[in-house]
Design a protein around this ligand. Structure first.
Ligand code: NAD
Length: 350
């Protein structure tokens, strides 16, 4: 019989992505319990209370008075994550924040500092790392099956109509959302360092070609890694008529792999000079999906719970989350100054 204590969770922000969090906590039943939800929109709050049976709060400060809550998941607009994390850390509760952890690098750093000071954990959701397709690719890279990696191409060709940006005030703003690189492509930016290694330089072009928003709907980035690899990240939210592709292609000395589909859900090319037994089964990792969010949130929560029980290290803690934020901020600086930017980005901040 298990004697593991159930961890009490709360969710702040009950919009689109909160459903993945509700389901993920439910899937960890026995180890995790959702005891509170919070939203400033009374309709969203009512729906969340009805769906989950948790206690409803109309503000974070009110929710923070509930002493039973141990972990708070932030599903609020991205530009709110930093101030909310700092407020929560002061109350000594752990934090899971949706991606991106913040909309600028300094806010991301402040979150890490506040959590370190309060000795609470900060987790940044990167559920795509849990896709079977990407786990196999990570394994092949760790086994050095590519030899030297020569070239990497990542494409995120999705559709976000004007109605999507108009659906909430925070969407398409610099302060609360960020553009196609910061919001939609952030899981793909995460792959740049997680899979290939430390990035040396980025040179980005960003444009707002069609939507009426402050931020970019299109971006094209050239990259050079410290290990010598070259690559591109191409992002469009203007693909006609629907989401077309979320893919990564890696070309190496002894291997070529392409994982595509609409959200890196299909291994399309898997060729290596040296074969492994598991190569026979790799296409079983493919899955069909309507959602570009994938199915990784339950596995992400499982890791958080195991970390809190001191069974393992975090898959993506604050420092790991900051890596992709740093890359995105370097891309934005490059686009603004029309020149390549070297990493680490901290060097270029005055
Ligand atoms: N991991 C992923 O794949 C993924 C997918 C979608 C969204 N996200 C991220 O999740 C976050 C939320 O996105 P969404 O699409 O669910 O947005 P949304 O607009 O659908 O939901 C946000 C909710 O937060 C509420 N809110 C706003 N201010 C609040 C406050 N001060 N206190 C409490 N609630 C407040 C809003 O009323 C709304 O219900 C964003 O950071 C986004 O980037 C991540």
């Amino acid at each position: 019989m298990s004697s593991v204590k159930e961890i009490n969770f709360a969710i702040v922000g009950c919009g689109r992505i909160s459903n993945n969090h509700f389901d993920a906590i439910k899937s960890c039943s026995g180890q995790a319990k959702l005891i509170a939800v919070c939203d400033i929109d009374p309709n969203a709050l009512d729906l969340a209370v009805q769906k989950t049976g948790a206690i409803g709060y109309s503000s974070l400060s009110e929710l923070l008075n509930n002493k039973d809550i141990e972990v708070i998941s932030l599903c609020t607009p991205s530009g709110m994550h930093s101030a909310q994390t700092i407020e929560i850390a002061k109350k000594n509760k752990h934090i899971i924040t949706e991606k991106p952890m913040a909309t600028n690098w300094i806010d991301g750093l402040k979150m890490i500092n506040a959590c370190n000071e309060a000795k609470v954990k900060l987790f940044v959701v990167k559920q795509n790392r849990k896709n079977d397709t990407l786990k196999l690719l990570k394994q092949a890279i760790q086994e050095e099956r590519f030899g030297k990696i020569y070239n990497v191409a990542i494409n995120v060709f999705w559709t976000r109509p004007q109605a999507y940006y108009d659906s909430a005030k925070w969407r398409g703003t610099w302060a609360f959302d960020g553009g196609a690189l910061m919001n939609q492509a952030s899981h793909y930016v995460d792959l740049l360092a997680w899979l290939i290694g430390e990035v040396d330089q980025v040179f980005a072009f960003c444009s707002t070609l069609a939507r009426k928003i402050e931020v970019e709907d299109s971006a094209s980035v050239s990259l050079k890694w410290k290990n010598g690899a070259l690559g591109t990240l191409n992002v469009s939210m203007l693909t006609y008529p629907n989401n077309l592709e979320g893919s990564i292609t890696i070309i190496g000395e002894k291997g070529t792999v392409k994982i595509g589909g609409v959200a890196v859900n299909e291994i399309q090319v898997w060729k290596f000079k040296d074969l492994k037994e598991y190569d026979q089964d790799i296409f079983n990792a493919n899955y069909s999906t309507q959602s570009v969010y994938g199915h990784g949130h339950p596995l992400y929560y499982k890791n958080v719970i195991d970390v809190l029980h001191e069974k393992c290290l975090a898959d993506t803690d604050g420092a790991e989350g900051l890596k992709s934020l740093e890359l995105i901020c370097a891309m934005y600086q490059s686009a603004k100054e029309v020149k390549p930017i070297s990493l680490p980005f901290s060097r270029s901040i005055s």
